[in-house]
Write a protein that binds this ligand. Structure first.
Ligand SMILES: Cc1cc2nc3c(=O)[nH]c(=O)nc-3n(C[C@H](O)[C@H](O)[C@H](O)COP(=O)(O)O)c2cc1C
Length: 345
């Protein structure tokens, strides 16, 4: 699959943009474990045009993570246009993505993100302003519609394509659903089957294993899949999905320095420690550990350890890397003991 001349290979699996999650360290890790392309968290266009340092920091890109998309959001066409130019000048992203799907009140409630699904003319005006202003491919990410009464995606996809969007990611929920219920991929398939649509269609929402990804490629014909929450504490999901789709084993020997076999529990522990180390290197010990907590809380590695709760709480309260790694080692020992006792834990 290609976005303009960026070749993402057959059946690409992408890392979704996620605020406070898809920083440069996590993106690099996911790329090294099989993600075909990665997205930055969204960056506010009005903060970029005011050159707010924290927002400019989010534009840092490493050559090793390419292809990478930087995503911006906002509701003012001029600010979005100017922010897009700033992003291209400072980060040289492979792709510039427009957020038309964020459901949270502080964004959608103010008319940006998914809020623009209630004002399609403005959404299209923003898109045209950005497409005309930058030379990199512009893509968009959105939802099925504002609510179940307004499932606009079929016509919106055509309109966005007509504005010059070069790929469209669709999260199979409405804004009203927020993150509730099961994602519905059927309308994504409908968009894909529309003979007028020639841009790549990327499916998103509740893709957490190779089987689901394969079904979306085979049955709905989507061009790529995008994985979000299932990456929390589980960046190896890209290798798992890749191995399933390709029927081979992706070589990840360069990604993690350990002798443990890829996808073994010992290897996964090494991946998680590397993730913490990357975070600590980037933000300092305290913030780096804080930043890793979401992943440590969600990781499937420690699932099934008997009486894990007190140790889990201790892991989530650890304040130094040394303390944290000792607790993670203890959890790992408990996991090994539980597996010996009951091999399918
Ligand atoms: C913590 C968090 C932050 C998110 N931030 C963004 C964002 O910055 N931009 C965006 O387009 N979507 C964002 N999303 C939505 C995801 O990209 C994705 O569309 C959604 O989680 C559904 O996919 P999933 O079921 O694979 O998680 C975020 C989701 C989560 C859980």
């Amino acid at each position: 699959m290609k976005i303009r001349n960026i070749d993402l290979g057959p059946r690409p699996v992408l890392l979704a943009p996620m605020e406070d999650v898809t920083d440069i360290g996590f993106r690099l890790l996911c790329r090294s474990l099989g993600a075909s392309m990665v997205y930055s968290e969204f960056v506010a266009s009005d903060a970029l045009v005011r050159m707010v340092g924290k927002s400019l920091d989010k534009l840092r890109v490493s050559p090793d993570e390419r292809p990478v998309a930087i995503q911006i959001y906002g509701k003012d066409p001029i600010a979005m246009r100017d922010a897009a130019q700033i992003v291209v000048e400072k980060a040289h992203p492979d792709v510039l993505d427009l957020n038309f799907g964020c459901p949270v009140k502080r964004v959608a409630g103010k008319g940006a993100g998914a809020g623009l699904l209630q004002n399609i003319p403005l959404l299209l005006d923003i898109t045209r302003h950005v497409v005309d202003a930058v030379s990199v491919p512009v893509t968009a990410k959105t939802r099925l519609g504002w609510d179940s009464e307004h499932l606009v995606i079929t016509s919106l996809a055509e309109q966005l394509q007509d504005c010059g969007i070069e790929a469209l990611t669709i999260h199979g929920r409405t804004r009203a659903q927020m993150y509730q219920g099961q994602a519905d991929h059927s309308l994504i398939g409908e968009v894909r089957r529309n003979p007028r649509i020639h841009i790549p269609i990327i499916a998103n929402g509740d893709i957490a294993d190779g089987k689901t990804a394969q079904r979306l490629f085979d049955d709905l014909g989507v061009d790529a899949v995008m994985v979000g929450r299932a990456t929390f504490g589980c960046p190896w999901i890209f290798k798992e999905i890749r191995d399933h789709l390709d029927g081979t084993s992706l070589d990840v020997s360069q990604a993690i320095s350990t002798d443990a076999a890829p996808l073994s529990d010992a290897w996964k522990l090494a991946v998680l420690k590397q993730q913490v180390n990357l975070s600590v290197e980037r933000c300092g010990e305290r913030s780096g550990i804080l930043h890793s907590r979401r992943h440590l809380a969600a990781t499937p590695l420690f699932k099934g350890i008997p009486d894990f709760r007190p140790l889990r709480i201790a892991i989530l309260r650890a304040e130094t890397t040394e303390e944290l790694f000792a607790l993670m080692d203890e959890a790992f020992q408990k996991l090994c003991a539980a597996r010996e006792h009951k091999p399918n834990v």
